[in-house]
Design a binder for this molecule. Structure first.
Ligand SMILES: [Zn+2]
Length: 237
């Protein structure tokens, strides 16, 4: 990091982003990792609708009482309830400087509602980080995963192979290929993801809120690329 970038980061920590940062990207693109790093670097809460559901249910709020039976039956929780929880959450003091979302919004309707809520609460323009991946590389990354049976150590036969085929370097346990990590299952998930996400990509592009990030780079390089974007936003705010 050069001095100018370091300065900007310090300014960023003091001033805060004051807006929503949304990560869009397929499974395996490293959204969770990057969201966590952004949260830490800019001191923003990393929000998830799953946490919100659990929180409302454990506090037995009105929204929690509505959501609980739906979730128990495995049904989709309607947008109205989800957005109620999101609004309630971003009104909390820790969100004053902004917040990071990954895995939300999932639909155009949710995106539109989130934009409306952010405007009402006087947040700055949303930043959407689109984690762009090459499908064949992503497929390799996901199908190459091997997991140690004893302790869950994770390998990748293409990118991070164990010293000995099928054996964990750390504890000598067997490495397994999970059923979820086969080409057909992953292909299906990626296809579903694309169907779901393309409208969101268009929605945010039309509003000039989308920034593309090369998510196939090393995690640290991806973080640096994102930091450059966010520091730039802070500097020009
Ligand atoms: Zn192991």
């Amino acid at each position: 990091m050069d001095a100018a970038t370091a300065d900007q980061s310090v300014i960023g920590m003091l001033r805060g982003l004051g807006r929503a940062v949304i990560l869009l990207g397929p499974p395996g693109a490293g959204k969770g990792t990057q969201a966590q790093r952004i949260a830490q670097r800019y001191r923003l809460p990393h929000l998830s609708t799953g946490d919100m559901f659990r929180d409302h249910i454990s506090r037995d709020t009105e929204l929690g009482r509505k959501a609980k039976p739906l979730m128990a039956r495995g049904e989709l929780v309607p947008d109205e309830i989800v957005l109620g929880m999101v609004e309630d959450r971003i009104e909390q003091p820790d969100c004053t400087n902004g917040f990071v979302f990954d895995g939300f919004p999932r639909t155009l309707n949710q995106a539109d509602d989130l934009e409306r809520i952010c405007k009402q609460h006087r947040f700055g323009a949303t930043i959407v980080l689109h984690m762009v991946v090459q499908k064949d590389l992503l497929m390799r990354r996901l199908t190459g995963r091997r997991i140690c049976l004893a302790n869950g150590h994770i390998y990748n036969i293409y990118e991070r192979p164990p010293k000995q085929d099928g054996v964990c370097d750390v504890d000598g346990s067997e490495l397994i290929h999970r059923q979820d990590d086969t080409e057909s299952v992953i292909g299906g998930r990626l296809h579903a993801y694309e169907q779901q996400t393309q409208p969101l990509v268009e929605y945010y592009t039309q509003r000039g809120l989308l920034e593309s990030v090369d998510a196939m780079a090393e995690a640290d390089a991806v973080t640096e690329c994102i930091a450059k974007i966010l520091d730039g936003v802070i500097a020009s705010a």
